[in-house]
Ligand binder design. Structure first.
Ligand code: UDP
Ligand code: MG
Length: 314
């Protein structure tokens, strides 16, 4: 019998977790597989850890990892994938926005259809704000143009993967993790299942505009070097333009003499060029900063407690 690990990153999910566990239990009963839960408490400030401990005491199949502070969903997913021992591993949000009933179809695709990954993709973005919807749409348009790694619009982190895929993802030890890119980078045969997006069952989203914006920049920097090429390209274009301007000014001075004028235009040009220079330096700086963080080789997460701790308590 196959073992399926369910990895759940949780950050302040005290309201959703009990509902999540009950709903998933209903589905997993129908699966002809051994089940293991791996909850990751990502430094929650509410009672999430207490609920997880409670579940772990009552249900032997529940394992958990609790971080020393909030390290972010990417770190939580990595920890979950590293701790999971199943033949098949799935990552699910705790808010039930990833419909558990899809697990049945996913399991079937891996068992009987020879796929390595079965992933969920939402048809719509119901349950998200207008700003977030349009921002996400633009992000996918841009990244499709500038990155070789394909990012599927609407793809969620909800997917069932074979062990070989999980090992491939864990083997990528980069500090700046952008899972949608990593999932796509490793390849393998993927089956996509579409579904209508739902609102979260309880609690609130952990993302605000700036978090999402910097996550998007992270994705671009991690999976594309095109911004650097754009910066260099703008530099070359400006060199050509300034060379033409020099020719123009020499010709004009030779023909019409040299009355002292053009101060305002000069100031405008200086402002424009300094702006572009700072912008380009900013882009380079962003890549440098990421390189700096990678070279430090800091741990991606720090564990404070796992389910082994509570067994000792008893
Ligand atoms: N999450 C996490 N760490 C964070 C933020 C979120 O582990 O710093 C978890 C969260 O508990 C949830 C999942 O990631 O299980 C998705 O978060 P959320 O529902 O807030 O994201 P959204 O659905 O709005 O994209
Ligand atoms: Mg959600």
């Amino acid at each position: 019998m196959k073992k399926v690990s369910i990895v759940v990153p949780c950050y302040n999910e005290e309201e959703s977790l009990p509902i999540f566990y009950d709903e998933v239990e209903k589905i997993t009963k129908k699966l002809d597989a051994e089940i293991e839960y791996v909850f990751i408490n990502d430094g929650s400030k509410d009672n999430t850890l207490k609920i997880i401990r409670f579940l772990a005491k009552k249900d032997k199949r529940v394992r958990y990892v609790s971080f020393s502070r909030n390290f972010g969903k990417e770190a939580a997913m990595l920890a979950g994938l590293e701790y999971a021992t199943g033949d098949y591993v799935t990552t699910m949000d705790a808010d039930l926005q990833d419909p558990p009933e899809l697990l049945l179809e996913m399991f079937d695709a891996l068992e009987n259809e020879d796929y390595d990954i079965c992933a969920a993709k939402s048809k719509s973005r119901n349950g998200y704000s207008f700003l977030r919807k349009s921002f996400t749409k633009w992000f996918y348009k841009i990244i499709a143009k500038i990155s070789k790694t394909e990012m599927v619009d609407g793809a969620r982190d909800f997917r069932l993967m074979k062990r070989i895929v999980v090992d491939a993802i864990i083997s990528m030890k980069e500090y700046n993790r952008y899972s949608k890119g990593l999932f796509s980078f490793v390849g393998f045969d993927t089956k996509w299942i579409e579904f209508e997006n739902k609102e979260r069952v309880a609690g609130t989203t952990k993302w605000n505009f700036w978090k999402l914006f910097s996550y998007a920049i992270e994705g671009i920097v991690a999976f594309s070097t095109t911004p650097l090429i754009i910066a260099a390209g703008v530099g070359i274009i400006l060199c050509v333009v300034s060379f033409l301007m020099i020719l123009f000014i020499i010709a004009r001075t030779l023909i019409f003499g040299d009355p002292v004028s053009g101060w305002p235009s000069l100031v405008c040009i200086i402002f424009f060029l300094s702006g572009i220079q700072l912008f380009a330096t900013g882009i380079i700086g962003e890549y440098l900063a990421k390189t700096y963080l990678e070279t430090k080789k800091r741990p991606i997460y720090i564990v404070k407690e796992t389910e082994k701790n509570i067994k000792k308590e008893k």
